[in-house]
Ligand binder design. Sequence first.
Ligand code: AMP
Ligand code: ZN
Length: 471
Amino acid sequence: MKIFNTLTRKKEEFIPIEPNKVRMYVCGPTVYNYIHIGNARPMIVFDTVRRYFEYKGYEVNYVSNFTDVDDKIINKAIEEGSTSEQVAARFIDECKKDMEALNVRPATTHPLATKEIAGMIDMISTLIEKGHAYAAPDGTVYFSVKSDPEYGKLSHKNIDDLEGGHRDIKVTGENGKRDYLDFVLWKPKKEGEPSWRSPWSDGRPGWHIECSVMAKKYLGDEIDIHAGGEDLIFPHHENEIAQSESANGVGFARYWMHNGFLNIDNKKMSKSLGNFFTVREIGEKYDLQVLRFFMLSAHYRSPLNFSAELMEAAKNSLDRIITCCTMLKEIVDNKREGGIDGASYTSDINEDIIGFVKKFEEAMDDDFNTADAISAIFELVRFANQHSNEIDHVQAKALYDRLSALSGILGIITLQEKEAPDFDIEALIEKRSQAKKDKDFALADKIRDELLEKGIVLKDTREGVKWEWVK
Ligand code: AMP
Ligand code: ZN
């Protein structure tokens, strides 16, 4: 398997630290709102990477954090008159619901920054002892960037460029920061902010230290893969490397993977441009499997443009796979026999199938080229459609099993159908519709959320409200 490594800017053969095991860390969202569709891209992409490793027989230890202390969370809490714990807890919950609807499996561990403060204080202390960090008189602790001769190796920046016009600026001002480039490991609290005791001040950790500490605790000093969106390369991941390698004395992550950005109608997604969509909003218009399929239809490193037309196209493509599955299932269930009066496809269908699987695997082995892997799936679909009148139920079963297995690796379709729920779902849908008519949106949302808790998503479609099990 080959992976494009941001560190070396090359595709490299994947060699795990421990045979058949993958230790993988993916930077998770800051939880102050519903996740947006940009946040969904790394979740979907790296969930697919994980699934493919598992398909190849690796045991994957997959860690992804929730940043649950941050300025944005604190501001949201002030806005709402609640606490940052309440804001974070609520949006972690909401994020998990979105992940489920996107068919993103829960990580092996989802650590929370606020539960790992002791480890952060330990690592910061080690960095101070080793001369890589210093505490300023106001209780801020800084990482000393120039103490790390390799700083800049991930983002391929050199210190001189980073300093730019700031080289001559002496930053020995009021807060005691010694160098323009130094970044915060620990900051003293401001009035009303959540804080923890530390040897330097009552305060809270900087953002970068959290991932270094959680990766070390749950995966070890050295890990195989560290991943996230490309905006994290600098400074977040560069700083993580500096902290971890300076503290632990060994290389941190062997492969650094970064997904490209999702844009909307060729523009950067932003609230001020009014082109900002949460996953929840898209889920009201489309099955979120369509969003997943759409994200995987491009290579994960390419920028991806989101638009209504492209989502429609993705929906149609995904429908073609689903229709093919249904058609094959019918042949399987009707048990059409082969032979002169029945089906007449005489070639060894397993040979055909091996061809599609090989193409799929070649694509995925080449830096997780899901776009080409989807093309291989469509070759299978086309083959099945072309031969639908000739194949018997055993051949149909072989095609069906492989089609669902390959689609399952990408997480794009889930075929197991669940029973109807054991309560009157239609009555609840009616109650919600009535609440909406009465403009009682709080009640309408409450009903929707309660159903989601029970694993049911509601879809407002042109033909009325439909329900389905969360996939
Ligand atoms: P944040 O909560 O901003 O730290 O983002 C969580 C994850 O989503 C990070 O891996 C980001 O790189 C990623 N991300 C944020 N916005 C986008 C976007 N528009 N396209 C792709 N990835 C994004
Ligand atoms: Zn991180």
